[in-house]
Design a protein around this ligand. Structure first.
Ligand SMILES: Cc1cc2nc3c(=O)[nH]c(=O)nc-3n(C[C@H](O)[C@H](O)[C@H](O)COP(=O)(O)OP(=O)(O)OC[C@H]3O[C@@H](n4cnc5c(N)ncnc54)[C@H](O)[C@@H]3O)c2cc1C
Ligand SMILES: *[C@@H]1O[C@H](CO)[C@@H](O)[C@H](O)[C@H]1NC(C)=O
Ligand SMILES: *[C@@H]1O[C@H](CO)[C@@H](O)[C@H](O)[C@H]1NC(C)=O
Ligand SMILES: *[C@@H]1O[C@H](CO)[C@@H](O)[C@H](O)[C@H]1NC(C)=O
Ligand SMILES: *[C@@H]1O[C@H](CO)[C@@H](O)[C@H](O)[C@H]1NC(C)=O
Ligand SMILES: *[C@@H]1O[C@H](CO)[C@@H](O)[C@H](O)[C@H]1NC(C)=O
Length: 506
């Protein structure tokens, strides 16, 4: 334990306990708006609220948007008379359940609230294309799955040998997976970037093996506590967010929910927090549970008084918020592939690579809807372009994929700008090679006993996933509840200095 921690134990805890009994409680009783302010009403915030409710702890959710769900956002898409509700954000329950094994808690809520889903086959219902048209390179595709598995095995050896993390690019090279053609690069993209939303160069070898690809360890592989290899896609016309909003309705009172309320400033000390909203309203509480995305925390969208400690800032700035962008098209008629998925290999890696047909018997037959996903820097690039330019680029790609037809004019077109959105600043977190386990601990650690943190990015096993937000909301709220009920606290401990095992010798 670092000296600072001993100080906490020796000086601070007795002091805090004494204060809790005497001054703090009476001070706060007269002015606080809640024991806990949950900042953000996404999956982590709602599940934390449910935990507080179960523990009899008084809370309020403060959310900028007019509804709960956070990144779970649906929208009606298509020409008049032929619209479907689609998902701008998450769309799948990734890893559902294995009979007799663990169940993804998101899948549990989806079943409980009757959200309509369809299994989406990512591996055996796929057509491959390149810039010359349809070209079968499924052999490369199958090899890319094995290469990813080889990456996870090598990553596991690094963990058990206590060796430093590397980038997934280094890891791939070390297992002799070195894509040399646009087709091989597209297959690699499908296994890795399409899930992490970052390239192998910017993605941790170790952590990527936990979360990426259909072969990842913690979400899909039941041997490692994963849930199973299905991807259940929401096609519910009420929107995928239905499961979290309906769950909130089972326990939450309207007085516990402040919507349309954007936090601009958070003042904190060891005796409590004061949160200022845009417009000037102030809220006070004993504790705040911050569930904003790591992208929001990185971009100074919220001002902290005092500034967050160095160890916290280092952790926040060292995680990465990536961007995953779906570009939606509707045409009068389906002229494309009959499979659920398609992969396009451009000369430029990551240029409009992963395609999904919604106009498929399993999803929305007759809808004329197809969408393409881009990620990472390519997402940021298209966000900076006018819609019309993005549309014409993608139509050019479709023309390359289908050289023998004239691509018709779309009847509808849309894509969201997650990276520019000040409430998210990207789509989800990705663990870079320079992010160590100490950083991860610090991302989640408590500050000044009153500020707690839970969101998808604080999940080691499931960062980037809905289940990550769920587990974190539940786990951190449970730890806070213990603190509150004991009238004293064992906070989530930080690491003062994240240092090298072996110093540089210059
Ligand atoms: C395009 C996309 C695709 C995805 N696909 C999948 C998928 O298929 N499957 C899957 O499992 N996961 C997927 N994810 C990831 C999943 O959406 C997240 O892991 C999860 O929703 C995160 O929940 P959260 O509660 O941690 O954060 P959030 O949902 O971001 O909740 C935080 C809340 O804080 C609010 N907020 C932010 N700033 C302020 C402020 N200043 N004041 C007040 N409120 C504020 C936000 O509005 C938001 O509601 C996807 C995400 C995106 C964007
Ligand atoms: C939030 O604002 C929207 C308009 O943006 C409004 O329609 C809605 O009624 C507001 N909701 C609440 C709870 O204030
Ligand atoms: C995976 O690793 C094994 C063992 O080293 C090797 O034989 C196999 O060729 C690798 N697979 C691929 C697709 O590279
Ligand atoms: C991931 O799973 C593989 C087996 O598929 C295992 O060999 C490896 O050690 C695991 N890797 C990590 C980082 O847990
Ligand atoms: C904490 O801050 C509040 C005002 O924000 C102040 O009234 C209180 O005295 C502070 N407590 C401590 C222990 O610094
Ligand atoms: C496109 O037309 C060319 C020339 O007629 C033909 O060789 C090719 O097979 C066609 N491709 C498709 C996908 O129909």
């Amino acid at each position: 334990m670092r000296p600072h921690s001993w100080l906490y134990v020796a000086l601070f805890l007795p002091l805090a306990l004494a204060m809790t009994v005497d001054r703090q409680l009476e001070e706060r009783a007269t002015r606080k708006d809640a024991t806990v302010l949950i900042l953000g009403g996404g999956v982590a915030g709602v599940i934390a609220a449910r935990t507080f409710h179960e523990q009899g702890i008084d809370f309020k959710i403060v959310e900028a948007l007019p509804q709960l769900g956070g990144r779970m956002q649906s929208f009606p898409f298509g020409a008049e008379g032929n619209q479907r509700v689609l998902e701008l954000g998450p769309n799948w329950v990734q890893g559902t359940e294995t009979p007799g094994g663990p169940e993804n808690p998101i899948w549990g809520l989806v079943k409980k609230h009757g959200v309509k889903t369809q299994d989406n086959d990512w591996t055996s219902s796929i057509t491959t294309y390149d810039f010359t048209g349809e070209v079968n390179y499924l052999d490369l595709f199958d090899a890319s799955i094995d290469q990813f598995t080889n990456l996870t095995i090598a990553a596991g050896e690094r963990v058990s040998g206590n060796l430093v993390d590397l980038s997934s690019r280094s890891g791939y090279s070390l297992v002799s997976a070195k894509p040399k053609t646009p087709q091989a690069a597209a297959c690699e993209y499908y296994q890795l970037d399409w899930e992490t939303a970052g390239s192998p160069e910017v993605s941790s070898m170790i952590a990527t093996s936990w979360v990426a690809s259909i072969a990842d360890n913690f979400t899909y592989d039941p041997d490692f506590g994963g849930f199973g290899d299905d991807n259940a896609m929401s096609i519910d016309q009420r929107g995928f967010h239905t499961f979290i909003q309906a769950e909130a309705d089972t326990f939450m009172k309207s007085s516990q929910l402040l919507l349309n309320s954007t936090v601009s400033n958070i003042q904190y000390n060891t005796s409590g927090v004061q949160v200022t909203l845009v417009g000037g309203k102030k809220l006070t509480a004993d504790y705040a549970l911050v569930t904003f995305s790591v992208g929001v925390l990185q971009n100074d969208d919220v001002v902290w008084e005092p500034e967050l400690p160095d160890w916290k800032q280092e952790a926040i700035q060292s995680m990465t918020m990536e961007t995953y962008t779906k570009v939606f098209f509707q045409f009068d008629q389906n002229f494309w592939f009959n499979t659920e998925m398609a992969l396009y290999a451009d000369l430029e890696r990551g240029r409009y690579p992963v395609w999904q047909s919604m106009d498929h018997p399993k999803f929305f037959p007759g809808s004329g809807i197809v969408f393409v996903t881009v990620t990472g820097d390519f997402s940021i690039r298209i966000e900076s372009l006018p819609d019309a330019q993005v549309q014409s680029e993608v139509l050019g790609v479709l023309q390359a994929m289908f050289p023998n037809i004239t691509i018709p004019t779309p009847t509808a077109f849309h894509f969201p700008r997650w990276h520019a959105n000040p409430l998210f600043r990207g789509s989800y977190s990705n663990w870079p090679p320079s992010f160590s386990s100490g950083h991860h601990q610090n991302l989640k650690a408590t500050v000044a006993q009153s500020l707690w943190f839970a969101e998808e990015a604080t999940s080691q096993k499931y960062f980037g996933f809905l289940q990550g937000a769920y587990f974190e909301g539940n786990e951190v709220a449970s730890a806070m509840a213990k603190c509150i009920q004991n009238k004293g606290c064992v906070e989530l401990q930080d690491v003062a200095d994240v240092s090298n095992a072996q110093p540089y010798q210059i």
